[in-house]
Design a protein around this ligand. Structure first.
Ligand SMILES: [Zn+2]
Length: 280
């Protein structure tokens, strides 16, 4: 347990997250909250659950049927004469609650029963959204995923001319979709300018439709911005980069179009498969 994450907690929060307590049922602030956003750890602010996995279990505590990949660790809990599975935040190991399977409440048949005091809700309206394309999306997701202030990352396709494209469609190269990482970030934690710097540093913005051995329009360098202010910041950042480089930057700056989430096996691909890069 990393103490630095727990020093600012209130006594009530500490009782749950550190001493593995349980708040009274129906007492928590998130029990009946069903707004769109992300639930993060109250201690270390690591993203834990997306609001679209929350459901009303009737038990009196917030319930989720899925976690953000790798956000939660499970362990056997034999306290109170019962066999249960405790769930903790994977980053700080703060206690969240317990997870139950086989109750047949949702299709995923899983109930993460979580104390409101262990989590904090960040509505999507407080987050900024951007998509980056910089070659294989497996790699781009790995680059951005664990940066503090990024609350949600997923990979998919955007900028093309077909609806609901599959990986095979995009690989054929005639849909004009780019492989992108879709990011939600808190601008109070990390600025868009800082994200752009990470983007420039982790791909080659001077090679047209070509990155790390992959070729095709799906691998083009592109920023899909979602606001006027992002557009302006991206233009300035690109000009600065161009000034430094001797060869032309070919990165496209485009207004964001619809994001099509890629097939599940592409999500967190490198992490799931314990790979460093996507060069095959
Ligand atoms: Zn945590």
């Amino acid at each position: 347990m990393n103490k630095k994450y727990f020093s600012n907690l209130t006594n009530e929060e500490r009782k749950i997250l550190v001493e593995k307590g349980t708040e009274a049922p129906f007492s928590g602030e998130y029990n009946d909250l069903y707004e769109a956003g992300i639930f993060i750890c109250r201690a270390c602010e690591s993203p834990l659950y997306e609001s679209n996995t929350k459901f009303d279990s009737g038990c009196g505590w917030p319930a989720f049927d899925d976690e953000i990949f790798d956000a939660i660790v499970r362990s056997e809990d034999l306290s109170n004469g019962r066999i249960r599975t405790e769930i903790c935040c994977a980053k700080c190991n703060g206690h969240l609650g317990h997870v139950f399977n086989g109750e047949k409440i949702t299709r995923k048949d899983t109930r993460h029963c979580v104390n409101s005091l262990s989590i904090k809700f960040i509505p999507y309206v407080n987050l900024e959204h951007v998509m980056f394309g910089g070659g294989c999306f497996w790699y781009m997701e790995k680059v951005f995923k664990n940066i503090p202030g990024i609350y949600l990352s997923s990979v998919g396709y955007s900028g093309g001319n077909s609806s609901n494209p599959t990986y095979e469609d995009v690989c054929k190269g005639d849909t004009n979709h780019a492989e992108v990482v879709n990011l939600y970030f808190n601008p109070e934690k990390i600025s868009f300018d800082e994200l752009l710097q990470i983007f420039w540093d982790n791909h080659n913005p001077t090679t047209l439709n070509k990155q790390r051995g992959n070729e095709g329009t799906q691998y083009r360098s592109v920023v899909f911005y979602t606001s006027k202010s992002q557009k302006c910041t991206a233009e300035k950042s690109l000009s600065k980069l161009q000034f430094k480089l001797k060869i032309p930057v070919v990165t496209q700056l485009l207004v964001a179009e619809k994001f099509y989430r890629a097939e599940e096996y592409h999500q967190n691909y490198l992490q799931k498969n314990n790979l460093e890069t996507c060069s095959l």
